[in-house]
Ligand binder design. Structure first.
Ligand code: SAM
Length: 218
C-alpha cells in the first residue's frame, strides 16, 4: 500500500462533513468530535481510495481486517470517557486510526495487534503522522499483564464473552468497553470496576465487529 501524507482543503472539508454526520447520528462529546476532526483518516487509505476515507463506513485494510466505521470509533471512544494521561489498553490496533483518536484525547496508549503484518505497518506509519503509542504484537485477549493496571481498556474486535483476565487488569474505578456476542453480531458492553471484585455492567447497542481471536476469545 502506498501511503501519502497530504491533507488539503478537500480532505479537511470532507472531514468536517464527517464530524457533522457523526453529530447528527448522536455523538455529542465535543472532545471526541474534535479528535475525529483532527485525525486525517485518508492517511490510512491508499490514495486510490481517498474518496472512501470520510464516508461513515468500515473499509478493508488487508489480512481480512477493517478500519472501523467512524461512528463505531466515536461511539466506543465516547463511552470510554478518556481523561488526559489515562493509561489506556487498546486491543486490536488494526490500522491505528482508533489509536490516534485516543492519543488526540491525551491518553497514554498501549495497543496490541495479533496480525504481524498489520502490527509492522501501523508501527511504521503512526510515528510518521506524529502519533506515538506503545505498540505490542500478540494475543490481546489476555491483555498485557506486564503494564497493568489500566484506567481504561477498549476492545475493537467482537468477543464471545468478557475475558475475566481483562477485568483483573483494570484499576478500581477503571472501565472496559467490549463488543460481546456471536461472530456476526455483538452488543457493546461497558463494565465499570467499582471495587476489587465488584463490577457494574451495562449492555448497549448492536454492532458488527471482526472476531477477537485468541486464547480468551474465539
Ligand atoms: N480500531 C481498529 C482500526 O481503527 O483500524 C480496528 C481494527 S479491526 C476492527 C480489529 C482488529 O483486532 C484487527 O486488526 C484484528 O487483527 C485484531 N485482533 C483480533 N483478535 C485480536 C487479539 N486477540 N489480539 C490483538 N488483536 C486482535
Amino acid at each position: 500500500m502506498a501511503y501519502k501524507f497530504i491533507d488539503n482543503y478537500r480532505e479537511k472539508g470532507a472531514r468536517k462533513r464527517l464530524v457533522d454526520i457523526l453529530a447528527k447520528k448522536g455523538i455529542d462529546d465535543e472532545r471526541v468530535l474534535h479528535a475525529i476532526g483532527k485525525v486525517p483518516r485518508h492517511y490510512f487509505f491508499d490514495e486510490t481510495f481517498w474518496n472512501q476515507a470520510y464516508k461513515d463506513i468500515a473499509f478493508p485494510i488487508g489480512e481480512g481486517q477493517t478500519i472501523s466505521q467512524p461512528y463505531t470509533v466515536a461511539y466506543q471512544t465516547q463511552l470510554l470517557h478518556v481523561n488526559k494521561n489515562d493509561k489506556v489498553l487498546e486491543i486490536g490496533t488494526g490500522s491505528g486510526y482508533q489509536t490516534c483518536i485516543l492519543l488526540e484525547l491525551g491518553a497514554n496508549v498501549y495497543t496490541i495487534e495479533r496480525q504481524e503484518k498489520l502490527y509492522e505497518r501501523t508501527k511504521q506509519v503512526l510515528p510518521y503522522m506524529g502519533y506515538k503509542p506503545n505498540f505490542f504484537l500478540g494475543d490481546g485477549s489476555r491483555g498485557i499483564e506486564a503494564h497493568a493496571p489500566y484506567d481504561k481498556i477498549i476492545v475493537t474486535a467482537g468477543a464471545p464473552t468478557v475475558p475475566e483476565i481483562l477485568l483483573k487488569q483494570l484499576k478500581v474505578g477503571g472501565l472496559l468497553i467490549i463488543p460481546v456476542g456471536s461472530e456476526s453480531e455483538q452488543k457493546m458492553v461497558t463494565i465499570l470496576k467499582v471495587a476489587e471484585n465488584d463490577y457494574e455492567k451495562v449492555v448497549l447497542d448492536t454492532f458488527r465487529f471482526v472476531p477477537l481471536v485468541g486464547d480468551k476469545a474465539w
